[in-house]
Design a protein around this ligand. Sequence first.
Ligand SMILES: Nc1ncnc2c1ncn2[C@@H]1O[C@H](COP(=O)(O)OP(=O)(O)OP(=O)(O)O)[C@@H](O)[C@H]1O
Ligand SMILES: [Mg+2]
Length: 349
Amino acid sequence: MSALTASNAAQDSCLSGEEKGRYADRALRNVIGQSPAMQKVFSLVRRVSNSDSTILINGETGTGKGVLAKAIHKASYRRKRPFVSINCGAIPENLLESELFGHVKGAFTGATAAKIGKFEAANGGTIFLDEIGDMSPDLQVKLLKVLEEQEFEPVGACKSVKVDVRIIAATHRDLEEEVQKGQFREDLFYRLYVIPIRLPALRQRKEDIPLLAEHFLGRLNDSKATDIRGIRQEAMEILQNHDWPGNVRELANLLERLAVLKGEGHIEAGDLPDKMINGSIRTGLPLPDCDIGEEGISLSTAVSEFEKSLIYKSLEKTDWVKNKAAKLLKVKRTTLVEKIKRYDLKKCA
Ligand SMILES: Nc1ncnc2c1ncn2[C@@H]1O[C@H](COP(=O)(O)OP(=O)(O)OP(=O)(O)O)[C@@H](O)[C@H]1O
Ligand SMILES: [Mg+2]
């Protein structure tokens, strides 16, 4: 630990648990969510943010990996030092090494002056290695060395540089699967997989949609771009029935579009994209997203599949308590039991 970081850590150790908690609360204020899944994430962040342990955030695109990484930094004793973010997937492989570790003057054509890399820029703070799953095998080796020794050599240098950085990495990929496929180094995976945090997809926490919507609309209203008073219930039901493959980013973008187009008043069901309205016709039910091709489909098979998936979902939601699942589906328990048997539904281990 560098002298500077040690002094930040020492200052922080003088804070009471309550004061540290307040920093964490403030840091997490911009990460919206009240669902049990998000509460679990917040509770984990509160426990681990002040340590120096490496964190690996996993989640589909748009689930908030970037916002969470920043919040963890802000909640940590490193909060006054830099938070440096680098997208390992967006930078061409030949430039990434110099971006991460810097280079000396003349290290390669075009290196007219020495330049420090992101690791050095983050000294004392946190480096956020976004899309780590997209890093080339060569760089994976170099990163492993930094993680093990907390030092590296800038491109073209013969002396290594020592740094004190906390590493937060993120990926939308299943890194364990990438390891099995031989596309990600196993040793690096275990170095990163110290504290894993899994961000749930928005479809797995639809109860957060009203709160997120309020947050995004409030932000737009605050910027004085719009004067939107709220979302009508029917429209909200449609939003909650959508599957959100783009997760929170998709929701934020849609609300911005609707709010700017509307300008003021309430967002009504009719303001929503046709595709969303059609997918949720009147009944408010999530309808299966399937096209009828030239060859047609079997109506009875499609209906059975839909029934089976709804039964399975309600069982998962109620932790396989059949009474509760039957209540959710508004059927008798005996009817549900008979259907579970017919579809041979079983709880996954
Ligand atoms: N829980 C949340 N509360 C508030 N805003 C959120 C939340 N999650 C995501 N966002 C917003 O959604 C957008 C996408 O978030 P972010 O960039 O952090 O996602 P990501 O998981 O890093 O996505 P990608 O994998 O595509 O990089 C941002 O505008 C962010 O502010
Ligand atoms: Mg991101």
